[in-house]
Write a protein that binds this ligand. Structure first.
Ligand SMILES: [Zn+2]
Length: 209
């Protein structure tokens, strides 16, 4: 029997590590295969480097983070601050989910301080729903050309999206220049598990991680 797979699909490199790195490490220790993914390579993440230079650095950081978890890194190559709920990005996310065939998907809270994060949550929720839909083509613009294919041969349809909510202490929130939420001493994380596809199991559950 193959190892269960978790896909952490977030907006930027480092989002997954900051928001659910501990959870991913625990799952890896339990034998899960970890797939770390970013919608964009974080190409606006430097006050000095140009976009390609910082993107290359952050892609490599993503690969190294995934390697620490004995996992795999993916990037959907959207652009920073230009992650919008659109047909193309929904299809790219669906293609990734079909390729990875995860048992669990982790993503942003739908309510966040940054539009890139909220849009990613919408894209991932949509992609989770679309993944098992046989006639939905993951290749952008190919609905009339691509033959439909099975989304997950042999895989159960228990795909769930997990939205993480992080509540920080005020002192943490005030950290100078901090643009990302940090999980530090006393941070609270709650996961809302929402079965999103037909065949999803059970009622919505709320469980602290
Ligand atoms: Zn981010």
């Amino acid at each position: 029997m193959s190892a269960p797979r978790v896909l952490a699909l977030f907006a930027h490199p480092d989002d997954a590590e900051l928001l659910c790195g501990g959870t991913l490490a625990l799952l890896a220790d339990l034998g899960w295969r970890v797939h770390l993914a970013a919608m964009s390579p974080g190409d606006l993440g430097s006050p000095t480097l140009d976009r390609e230079a910082i993107a290359a650095i952050r892609r490599e950081e993503g690969r190294q983070a995934a390697a620490l978890l004995k996992g795999v890194w993916h990037c959907l190559e959207a652009r920073d601050l230009s992650i919008f709920f659109c047909d193309e990005l929904c299809r790219r996310a669906t293609a990734l989910i079909r390729r990875v065939a995860p048992d669990l998907v982790l993503t942003h809270s739908p309510t966040d301080y940054l539009a890139d994060h909220e849009e990613t949550a919408r894209i991932v929720a949509h992609a989770c729903f679309a993944t098992p839909v046989r006639l939905y083509a993951a290749e952008f613009g190919s609905d009339s050309e691509a033959p439909p294919r099975a989304a997950h041969p042999g895989q159960s349809q228990r795909l769930v999206a997990v939205h993480l909510e992080v509540r920080e202490h005020d002192a943490q929130r005030r950290r100078g220049g901090q643009q990302h939420l940090a999980l530090a001493n006393g941070g609270e994380v709650h996961a809302h598990l929402s079965p999103l596809v037909a065949g999803g199991t059970g009622p919505q559950c709320h469980a602290p991680l």
